[in-house]
Design a protein around this ligand. Structure first.
Ligand SMILES: *[C@@H]1O[C@H](CO)[C@@H](O)[C@H](O)[C@H]1NC(C)=O
Ligand SMILES: *[C@@H]1O[C@H](CO)[C@@H](O)[C@H](O)[C@H]1NC(C)=O
Ligand SMILES: *[C@@H]1O[C@H](CO)[C@@H](O)[C@H](O)[C@H]1NC(C)=O
Ligand SMILES: *[C@@H]1O[C@H](CO)[C@@H](O)[C@H](O)[C@H]1NC(C)=O
Ligand SMILES: *[C@@H]1O[C@H](CO)[C@@H](O)[C@H](O)[C@H]1NC(C)=O
Ligand SMILES: *[C@@H]1O[C@H](CO)[C@@H](O)[C@H](O)[C@H]1NC(C)=O
Ligand SMILES: *[C@@H]1O[C@H](CO)[C@@H](O)[C@H](O)[C@H]1NC(C)=O
Length: 322
């Protein structure tokens, strides 16, 4: 079991619509969700690696050769049935407030996110630390407990660097290799009747400069370089093609910073539309596609990606409840 009770994990607050997009209810905030006093958590005797557990690395597949069938058998009617879910944060994208011990153990205050873990530790250390974390932070027991608690969804944040694109573009300084653990998690979800939202949480260049995008920076460049946006769409296409049959919802991008400038806002709007089309082309209508209000308020998205030009779109609107 992992050290944080499920109740401490950040809840996913999604408002769902069956067909066209929707009217969410919670007002967005421009800052990142954090614990009020991370120090209190730092002081607790958290040990993210209570047992090394069996090495999973070779017992799971890449997924590039795996196209499994339908997700959880329990049918779920989005827009009608109530989503009760939990976000499995801090697993495939580190966030210091969720896994303080990883950052404390790294022994360098300048390591504040997965990017700096990659730049300021050696690759052996980063690889071993992350591999052990991926293998142990969530276990099938957790999935069973989530299901037994009456929840019906998990949301799994994913960094772009974990998607094994078949090309030569380096993801350095990030550490690739989490994909097999994601696949294992999807199987756990299915086995425990949990529906899955996979959420692209970190995009090339950082979509918001938050540590939960992989890189804490005052100068995120995702939207200022069209190459980043294009690559994000290629990554989403790969995800849809390779695991579209195992997930219920693909969230195109977490919390892009639409408040940055008009250029960002318009790049995000263009991206939602382009990525929607790419994912639909890749995987058809079998999954729902989630977008976010990009901190611009849901009123900004009225009649955006609605029926009949778009189907099965969900709006994510985030609030912090801690
Ligand atoms: C996984 O397999 C590779 C290649 O067969 C091997 O080099 C590596 O040691 C194995 N890793 C583990 C953790 O068993
Ligand atoms: C995983 O991907 C690597 C690189 O593409 C490939 O060499 C290897 O055979 C794959 N392993 C499995 C189990 O598919
Ligand atoms: C998975 O299925 C998709 C769509 O049917 C296909 O495009 C893709 O090539 C498949 N992936 C593999 C690795 O078989
Ligand atoms: C990598 O960093 C770890 C932790 O600081 C250290 O113990 C280890 O010797 C380093 N390895 C190399 C090859 O530098
Ligand atoms: C990856 O690319 C290589 C070379 O372009 C190709 O031979 C191989 O089939 C590709 N693998 C997958 C899983 O698409
Ligand atoms: C599936 O879930 C059941 C019940 O939670 C568990 O006992 C079993 O070990 C799981 N099977 C696999 C293959 O994960
Ligand atoms: C991004 O993709 C668009 C549409 O395919 C293309 O016109 C544009 O040249 C691409 N930009 C870059 C920088 O790759």
């Amino acid at each position: 079991m992992n050290p944080l009770p499920v109740s401490l994990l950040l809840l996913v607050l999604v408002v769902l619509s069956a067909q066209p997009s929707i009217v969410p209810v919670i007002h967005a905030r421009q800052q990142q969700c954090r614990l009020e006093s991370p120090q209190a958590l730092l002081a607790s005797p958290d040990d993210p690696f209570p047992s090394a557990g069996p090495s999973a690395s070779n017992s799971t597949t890449n997924g590039t050769s795996q196209n499994t069938t339908a997700p959880a058998e329990v049918p779920f009617v989005y827009g009608t049935d109530k989503i009760r879910g939990v976000n499995l944060g801090g697993w495939f994208v580190l966030e210091p407030w969720i896994t303080p011990s990883i950052f404390k153990n790294a022994g360098n205050d300048a390591i504040v996110d997965e990017f700096t873990l990659g730049t300021l530790t050696n690759s052996t250390y980063a690889q071993e630390t992350l591999q052990q974390h991926w293998d142990t932070w969530m276990t099938e027991d957790d999935f069973q407990a989530i299901s037994a608690a009456g929840l019906n969804h998990v949301r799994i944040p994913l960094g772009y660097w974990s998607v094994p694109m078949n090309d030569s573009v380096s993801v350095s300084p990030y550490t690739p290799g989490a994909w097999p653990y994601l696949l294992r998690a999807l199987n756990w979800a299915k086995n425990n009747s949990l529906h899955v939202i996979v959420d692209l949480h970190g995009a090339p260049g950082s979509q918001n400069g938050f540590d939960n995008s992989g890189q804490r920076t005052s100068n995120p460049v995702w939207a200022t370089d069209e190459g980043n946006v294009n690559r994000t769409i290629e990554i989403l296409t790969f995800v849809a093609e390779n695991i579209g049959g195992m997930i219920d919802v693909l969230e195109l991008l977490n919390e892009p910073a639409g408040f940055t400038s008009n250029q960002w806002a318009s790049a995000i709007r263009q991206f939602w539309g382009d990525a929607y089309s790419a994912v639909r082309d890749a995987v058809g209508s079998q999954i729902k596609i989630m977008i976010g209000d990009a901190f611009l308020g849901v009123d900004n998205w009225e009649n955006f990606l609605t029926s009949p030009s778009a189907q099965g779109v969900i709006m994510d609107n985030v609030g912090c409840f801690l």
